[in-house]
Design a protein around this ligand. Structure first.
Ligand SMILES: Cc1cc2nc3c(=O)[nH]c(=O)nc-3n(C[C@H](O)[C@H](O)[C@H](O)COP(=O)(O)OP(=O)(O)OC[C@H]3O[C@@H](n4cnc5c(N)ncnc54)[C@H](O)[C@@H]3O)c2cc1C
Length: 471
């Protein structure tokens, strides 16, 4: 609850134009990209610099007002839904690339920088920032860091965590700290940088980041391998890696997803096959050619019906854009689209996809599957209608069973979308009660008043708990 007095104090910090509490703006920030979660904030603040961020945090800490840091709101785990009210913090004024250091190969950015714009800026000078979430046209670097986002290039290049060298953080008590730096080596105490990456806005606010860059690969080639058996496609993934070839991208789309993506993108994707693998390799021209030849041979030996190599950069771009549009394409089918990201060791992909299909038919729900096959990170996507309570109940049962299956195969409940509020009731499946207690101790140490993004990551004890056996 924000009193008139407190409202005036916030306005003194950010200025009238950066304080919003009209019903319309509260409604806009009451939800994010996650279906079925909505809660009103009390106000929306847009600080102009880190000093203002720190002053806001101090005031919120004093009055125990929840703070929900928000990038572009594209997260899929209800990570920015203001479930306990409070203030939503926007970074529209902290949107600058502060420095590109070509000697140390780093870029220093504010959290509100758009991911794709940053990637394009460094590519213009022959450098490369690999983490490429499919939402990169819209997402912000602060959101990527706080979710530890992955992308299509994760198999070869890793995820956001692997590129964060240092952070500036406003702690829940309003103090500002810096972690890491432009350093390849740094073992001065606990690795706070890694702790904050993926902490989903629950431990502090990122106000600056130093990110690692690498030289831009000389060239890239793209191919599509078509299969009439999902098992053969999944087996190909393991065989490629076992043959010591690490493609830049190794994506999987099942037939229902293919059909919808083709209807959406109209680029001539095959819709009569069971599954496709979208494979990219980048690097020096000679080694890319060698790898692609090797990969094509493995695909055919593993049962691919056909292997098509993109003939031009335009065709290659069309294929990866089509893959990136999978969620948007599926979202056209029904009013509610629930995208999950159960992840398993890549050797278990075939088992996991088979289990997803069995679970979908057991509960009579519509699930399409695509994802980052090379990382074992699958996106079973359920098309449903939140207004149909009976169907939603079956959807929840199906998703629960998918999480249990992933964990029983040695996997996890989320590979890249984070826990947020949505997966909090399932976290114990992965961590056990002791693991959750260890994380809660950290949260308590940093944020004793629980003002930073409350109700995220940790489920309320009254919530349903599910038990799964590990195998
Ligand atoms: C179509 C679509 C495709 C997607 N594809 C991918 C994908 O390929 N890979 C992937 O990993 N994810 C993907 N996502 C999920 C989402 O885009 C990512 O999680 C992304 O990183 C979120 O960025 P954002 O700027 O929208 O952050 P938000 O959704 O606004 O916030 C995400 C989290 O970060 C916190 N946060 C934001 N800024 C700060 C800050 N400055 N300091 C502290 N905490 C902060 C928030 O509190 C929240 O917990 C996709 C989503 C959609 C809708």
């Amino acid at each position: 609850m924000i009193t008139e007095l407190l409202k005036n104090e916030f306005i003194d910090i950010v200025g009238q134009e950066n304080y919003e509490d009209s019903p319309a703006s509260k409604l806009v920030y009451s939800f994010d990209a996650t279906p079925n979660y909505q809660a009103m904030p009390d106000a929306i603040l847009s600080p102009r610099d880190k000093k203002e961020v720190a002053e806001i945090v101090k005031l919120c800490n004093q009055h125990k007002i929840p703070i929900i840091p928000r990038g572009s709101g594209t997260n899929l785990s209800a990570g920015t839904t203001p479930l306990e009210g409070g203030i939503v913090l926007l970074f529209k004024h902290l949107d600058q690339i502060l420095e590109i250091d070509e000697e140390n190969l780093t870029i220093t950015v504010q959290p509100g920088v758009n991911t794709l714009e940053m990637i394009q800026t460094v590519e213009e000078i022959g450098l490369f920032y690999p983490p490429d979430p499919s939402s990169m046209k819209i997402s912000q670097i602060g959101g990527n860091i706080s979710e530890n986002s992955g992308g299509l290039r994760g198999l070869k290049y890793g995820v956001t965590r692997d590129y964060v060298l240092g952070l500036e953080i406003v702690l829940p008590n309003g103090e500002i700290i810096r972690t890491g730096g432009k350093l390849a080596k740094d073992v001065a105490g606990y690795d706070l940088t890694r702790l904050f990456v993926g902490s989903e806005g629950t431990l502090g606010i990122v106000t600056e980041a130093i990110l690692k860059l690498i030289p831009k690969p000389e060239t890239k080639k793209t191919m599509l391998a078509l299969y009439d058996s999902m098992e053969a496609a999944a087996q190909t993934v393991s065989t490629i890696i076992a043959n010591r070839v690490i493609p830049a991208t190794l994506e999987f789309l099942d037939q229902p997803t293919l059909k919808v993506v083709e209807e959406f993108s109209k680029i001539g994707l095959p819709t009569d096959v069971e599954a496709v693998l979208l494979i990219e390799q980048d690097g020096p021209i000679q080694s890319v050619q060698t790898d692609m030849d090797k990969i094509a041979t493995i695909c055919v030996q593993s049962g691919a019906l056909k292997v098509d190599v993109a003939k031009s950069e335009f065709e290659a771009e069309q294929l990866s854009t089509a893959r990136r549009s999978a969620l948007s394409a599926l979202a056209r089918l029904k009013p509610t689209t629930i995208l999950e990201d159960a992840t398993v060791p890549r050797s278990e992909i075939a088992n996991m996809v088979r289990a997803i299909n069995e679970i979908a038919s057991k509960y009579q729900v519509e699930i399409c599957t695509f994802g980052h096959a090379g990382d074992g990170n699958l996106h079973p996507t359920c098309m449903t209608d939140a207004r149909n309570k009976e169907e939603m109940h079956r959807v929840e049962q199906a998703l629960e069973e998918i999480f249990k299956k992933a964990v029983s195969l040695g996997g996890t409940i989320t590979g890249e979308h984070g826990v947020g509020a949505m997966k909090a009731p399932y976290l114990h499946l992965k961590l056990g009660e002791e693991g959750i207690a260890a994380m809660q101790a950290l949260k308590q140490a940093f944020d004793p008043n629980n003002i930073m993004n409350p109700s995220k990551i940790f489920a309320k004890s009254s919530r349903k708990r599910i038990v799964v056996s590990q195998s």
